[in-house]
Design a protein around this ligand. Structure first.
Ligand SMILES: Cc1ncc(COP(=O)(O)O)c(C=O)c1O
Length: 441
């Protein structure tokens, strides 16, 4: 055990003070904030990161699941260096874009074509716009508490709580950002994860106004529940019945297997939103799907498509090269190994909770896990939603783990990369074991 967090005299604390004078809250990303001060990273290598004070951490967050091979992967580094010396961004097309698109289309059976963008937020937004254009309808259905980035419609009911979430069978559509137009409720209907009756009724109710259902097959903020096959089936059949689309958000779940969660769960979406791992550590997003739907992005008259899309850095050759170098290294055996280390952690945690007679449990799959400081079976956001005592417990766990050389989220979500060794897993479980003696006292 060695790290000292928080430390008012650390370089991280000093940088935070400096950052706050020019950046609201000191950083441009709310999710990297840890109170009283975030940790400023110096470098990463493999499964470990080192901060600006020289503290080391086993990285159990991996840039919110976007790093899959490990930090500073040599093959990605070499490929990117080579591209760097040829230029980073052009107002011309590159072959690198085609290479990555070909690779992704060959792995995702529902994707005949792909269009790139710069983030998962953009990928989800673009998918929603594509569904609206294809169906000529305005409304979507989304899952309560499910995170899909920061587009107004996609973030509806992301932060609902018992004071405003409404009836279980008819969740209220709650805007996330203050000032979001009230018309949001006309265009977004919210249902609970795994509520088969609820989603079936909602699809029928919205009917001819429904453009798409937006679904993450293992939503992290909903507690990483296992999807009920009948729930996925109800969405697929229901959307087809009313002429709407199914958008599968695989921004995180694409790290679960070579063909994504859709292959594992036998889900056949019309559109798939991708991001994170497909950029090999660089900013990325992508929308993939059936060619007839993807046609909304193709210009039919001059340069004007039904859904014009693009951006200054879209499909830039650095991201495309890094993404190809990353995805090309992943094969079936990579995902087997990720499953293996994830299982070791989930089983190890279950043992730890049992040994300590702690009423906690763990969910997740593949390289992803989520700790729940309670015994409620997690099927939906409402089951996973933490009360203030539980929030405090998870924050204390995070604090204890930082001291024990583990970088972990403040709400129980964990993610491992391929460079994680068996010894690293032992380190993680040992650290959590020790941390629990404090958290549980
Ligand atoms: C499921 C899901 N969709 C979309 C997004 C948004 O991706 P990005 O942060 O690249 O905008 C995220 C980000 O964490 C996500 O987890």
């Amino acid at each position: 055990m060695g790290n000292n967090y928080p430390s008012a005299t650390s370089r991280s604390a000093e940088l935070y003070q400096r950052g706050r004078s020019v950046i609201p809250d000191g950083v441009s990303r709310s999710t990297v904030i840890i109170r009283p001060h975030p940790i400023y990273v110096d470098h990463g290598e493999g499964a470990w990161v080192t901060d600006v004070d020289g503290n080391r951490y086993l990285d159990c967050n991996n840039n919110f699941t976007s790093i899959i091979l490990g930090h500073a992967d040599p093959e990605i580094e070499n490929a990117v260096r080579k591209q760097l010396s040829s230029g980073t961004a052009f107002s011309m097309a590159t072959e690198a874009e085609i290479q990555l698109a070909e690779l992704l289309c060959s792995r995702i059976s529902s994707c005949q074509q792909i269009r790139f963008c710069n983030s998962g937020t953009e990928a989800v937004m673009g998918s929603i716009k594509a569904a609206r254009a294809f169906t000529n309808r305005p409304a979507i259905i989304k899952i309560e508490g499910s995170y899909h980035g920061t587009y107004d419609h996609a973030e509806a009911s992301l932060g609902s709580d018992p004071s405003n979430w409404g009836a279980a069978d008819r969740p209220v559509t709650i805007p996330y950002s203050t000032g979001t137009p009230g018309s949001l409720a006309d265009e977004v209907v919210v249902v609970q994860f795994n509520d088969i009756v609820g989603v079936t009724e909602a699809i029928q109710r919205v009917g001819s106004r429904l453009a798409a259902v937006l679904l993450d097959p293992m939503p992290s903020r909903v507690g990483m529940p296992a999807i009920e096959p009948l729930f996925a089936e109800a969405i697929r059949t229901g959307t087809r019945d009313v002429g709407a689309l199914l958008i599968l958000d695989e921004v995180i779940s694409f790290r679960l297997g070579i063909g994504g969660a859709q292959l594992i769960h036998n889900i056949e979406p019309d559109l798939t939103a991708l991001a994170k791992i497909i950029g090999g550590g660089f900013p990325v997003g992508a929308i993939g799907g059936r060619s007839d739907v993807m046609d909304v992005f193709a210009a039919v008259k001059g340069n004007r498509a039904a859904v014009p899309s693009g951006g200054t850095y879209t499909a830039n050759p650095i991201t495309m090269t890094a993404g190809f170098a990353c995805m090309g290294q992943l094969d079936e055996s990579s995902f087997d190994r990720l499953d293996q280390i994830g299982t070791q952690v989930r089983e190890g945690l279950t043992d730890l909770f049992e040994t300590r007679s702690l009423n906690w449990h763990v969910t997740g799959a593949g390289s992803l896990f989520r700790i729940h400081p309670h015994q409620r079976t997690v099927n939906s956001y409402r089951d996973a939603h933490l009360d203030s005592d539980e929030v405090a417990l998870m924050e204390l766990l995070q604090r204890q783990l930082l001291e024990r050389e583990v970088y972990f989220s403040g709400y129980g979500m964990g993610c491992l990369n391929l460079a994680t060794s068996d010894r690293d897993i032992e380190h993680l479980l040992e650290a959590i074991g020790h941390a629990l003696t404090i958290v549980d006292s």
